[in-house]
Ligand binder design. Sequence first.
Ligand SMILES: Nc1nc2c(ncn2[C@@H]2O[C@H](COP(=O)(O)OP(=O)(O)O)[C@@H](O)[C@H]2O)c(=O)[nH]1
Ligand SMILES: Nc1ncnc2c1ncn2[C@@H]1O[C@H](COP(=O)(O)OP(=O)(O)O)[C@@H](O)[C@H]1O
Length: 190
Amino acid sequence: MAKGLLFVISGPSGVGKGTVGNALREKLPEITYSVSATTRAPRAGEQDGVNYFFKTREEFLGMIERDEMLEYAEYVGNFYGTPRDFVDQTLAQGKDIFLEIEVQGALKVKEKFPEGIFIFLLPPSLDELKDRIRGRGTETQATIDHRMSVAVDEMNLLRHYDYAVVNDEIDFACKRIESIIIAEHCKVHP
Ligand SMILES: Nc1nc2c(ncn2[C@@H]2O[C@H](COP(=O)(O)OP(=O)(O)O)[C@@H](O)[C@H]2O)c(=O)[nH]1
Ligand SMILES: Nc1ncnc2c1ncn2[C@@H]1O[C@H](COP(=O)(O)OP(=O)(O)O)[C@@H](O)[C@H]1O
């Protein structure tokens, strides 16, 4: 059986990875998403095992030590990582897997899975990005400033990606990603 394809959707905080990811899941329910582990505190409405596996720092470090992470990154004071087994099992079953992760982690995945398809989600502008992070209302001013400075550094890494998708309108961004998925499956040499 042919292995599935690994897609990584990355980009700065607040660009709309979660929003576009949710819209994509609604349109394409057959898509399998990896659930990350994190040491960040759950936000209102987030569920353990659905949005993230919420871990203590000790538990997370244990997973790293046991080599259970495909990649992990420290991002704005918390750890985030992709459990390796689920990704391997999904691909072995011939299914595609989607990772929605920040930029450092995406580049680590690229070292291990150079055949992966790396999609960078871009904001229409930096001002719009700041408005989106602020509008979400989940971050303090200090965290917003920190996330914005990280965002500028992250955008400089666009050249390592295969595709750039501007998230101007959620529907348009989804269409672009769907088109990429279709095109990748039509490749003669995937
Ligand atoms: N490297 C890495 N980044 C992740 C992982 N899971 C989530 N992230 C990223 O970590 C960043 C912060 O996530 P979060 O605190 O949920 O905030 P939000 O995505 O900006 O709402 C985002 O860019 C996520 O895409 C992971 O497993 N590995
Ligand atoms: N295309 C879009 N147009 C307008 N607002 C958007 C768009 N995509 C996302 N947003 C808003 O921007 C904020 C950040 O989106 P989110 O999905 O949480 O980003 P990320 O997961 O990349 O951090 C949310 O309030 C979301 O509703």
